[in-house]
Ligand binder design. Structure first.
Ligand code: ATP
Length: 458
């Protein structure tokens, strides 16, 4: 039974709260501006997505190394990168109801025009097109003006404001030289990082799609400025799409959107968004940008450090590398995994909700049940099985309610396998293993259980 798209978001939001995936944060204090906590299963899911990414892009590749930089960095970095002056969104207020909106989004939604960056044209269009306030329906706007999206804070001993990083990339550029000097990396190579980023979005929303505090997985991939970069750019797009597929997405739900040349920053040769068909329509999931030598050159100029690369394989040719920047949002990846997995099915005369996660990202891999809660010998045997598996897989022990209910609970959180210990187990050392998707139950020997799971889960 496919879930109607309009209903899907609402279902996912309430499902996530009910089943321990994502909770609205600070609820006991009346909530807090689009802040969410990942609950026990959501945390496992998110960690599995990050682990999968780290394996694919760092552990499995000889040309990419990892980094874990700080959230608060020297404020000079953000001046050099242009963030203090240019990391702005256009905001506009309704003079009647005082609600604030993204001016470019209002214009685009009501006229289809993309006026991003042109405050004058946005202000004018809001008036000439009589764009209505989505909150109160009037059309009485302030001028559109820029709003810097970086969060500021204070730090002991520092006189100027310190920023919470609005992207993880900055920390990579400031450590480019340290990585060059300490590792045997040769161009082309990448530096990857996973971590929190903070943006004071004018309007956050769509659940975990647009947050003010979120996580990114980013790579700066340094290349020779003389190389023919186009095939590598396309390869990166393919690899990014492969990652979306690994989250369980359908190919038809993935699209590429190339930014028009006239909208690109002056240093970018090409920027493409990977869009996903979220319940509210196609929107940016990941991005890939060719940023030229902008970042390293700016940081070299502002810091006075030589950030050039000496190419020993080419007569010690010295150059500032160009960079391709594939960027992935963690929270948007979680939303893709949930959207793609959420299924409602009719089984006999009952219906079941099942999250058909790819096994690699499922929060719980194996659930272990004693058939009856009050039979000590079944419970202790089931605990033994749990102990024998817990070092290899994320397991859950459940002895609550009848077996049918326990299966449904595990289906709902997307657990690929359930193992039941019953009276026969005590006689012949066999268990029932039940598959989430086919719901087929097999009887296998306890001695072969771990091999079976290794074969099917890893
Ligand atoms: P958008 O156009 O949706 O605001 P962006 O183009 O500003 O996104 P980037 O600066 O390219 O986004 O950031 C890289 C990635 O970080 C995005 O592709 C997205 O996955 C994620 N991301 C950006 N902003 C947010 C946010 N406010 N909440 C959650 N994830 C975000």
């Amino acid at each position: 039974m496919s879930v109607k798209k309009d209903d899907l978001m609402q279902k996912i939001v309430s499902f996530c709260k009910r089943r321990g995936f994502v909770f609205p944060s600070s609820e006991i204090y009346g909530g807090f501006a689009n802040a969410y906590s990942y609950g026990p299963y959501g945390t496992e899911l998110k960690n599995n997505i990050k682990k999968l990414w780290w394996k694919k892009f760092v552990q499995d590749r000889e040309d990419i190394v990892g980094l874990d930089g700080p959230i608060m960095l020297n404020p000079k970095l953000w001046q050099a990168s242009g963030h203090t002056s240019g990391f702005n969104d256009a905001m506009v207020d309704c003079k009647d109801c005082k609600k604030r909106f993204r001016a470019d989004h209002l214009v685009e939604e009501s006229t289809g025009q993309d006026l991003e960056g042109d405050l004058g044209a946005m202000s004018k269009t809001l008036v000439t097109e009589k764009v209505k306030c989505p909150n109160c329906g009037k059309s009485n706007w302030t001028e559109a003006r820029n709003f810097n999206m970086m969060f500021k804070t204070e730090m002991n001993g520092i006189d100027e404001p310190v920023y919470l990083r609005p992207e993880t990339a900055g920390a990579i550029f400031v450590d480019f030289k340290n990585v060059l000097d300490s590792m045997r990396v040769k161009i082309p190579f990448g530096i990857a990082q996973i971590g929190k980023a903070f943006r004071n979005e004018i309007i956050a929303g769509n659940f975990i799609f647009r947050l003010r505090e979120f996580e990114q997985m980013e790579i700066e991939y340094f290349i020779d400025p003389e190389m023919k970069w186009e095939p590598l750019f396309d390869k990166w797009l393919d690899v990014q799409e492969e990652f979306v597929l690994a989250l369980g997405a359908n190919k038809d739900d993935i699209k590429r959107y190339e930014h028009p040349k006239e909208k690109l920053s002056h240093y970018s040769k090409k920027t493409v968004d990977i869009q996903y068909n979220f319940p509210f329509g196609f929107s940016e999931l990941y991005g890939l940008a060719h940023r030229g030598d902008f970042d390293l050159s700016q940081h070299a100029k502002a810091s006075g450090e030589d950030l050039a690369y000496l190419d020993q394989s080419d007569n010690n040719r010295k150059y500032i590398p160009h960079v391709l920047e594939p960027t992935f949002g963690v929270d948007r990846s979680v939303l893709v995994a949930l959207t793609a997995a959420y299924t409602e099915e009719v089984v006999g005369d009952e219906s079941r909700t099942v999250l058909k996660f790819p096994k690699s990202i499922a929060p719980i891999k194996v659930a272990i049940f004693p058939l009856l809660k009050n039979k000590e010998n079944l419970v202790s045997k089931a605990k033994e099985v749990f102990d024998s598996l817990k070092d290899s897989f994320m397991c859950e022990f459940d002895d609550n309610g009848n077996i049918g209910k326990r299966y449904r609970r595990q289906d709902e959180i997307g657990t690929p396998y359930c193992v039941t210990i019953d009276f026969d187990t005590l006689e012949d050392n066999t268990v029932t293993i039940r598959d989430r998707d086919s719901m087929i139950q097999d009887r296998i020997s306890l001695d072969s259980l771990k091999d079976y799971l290794v074969k099917n889960l890893i």
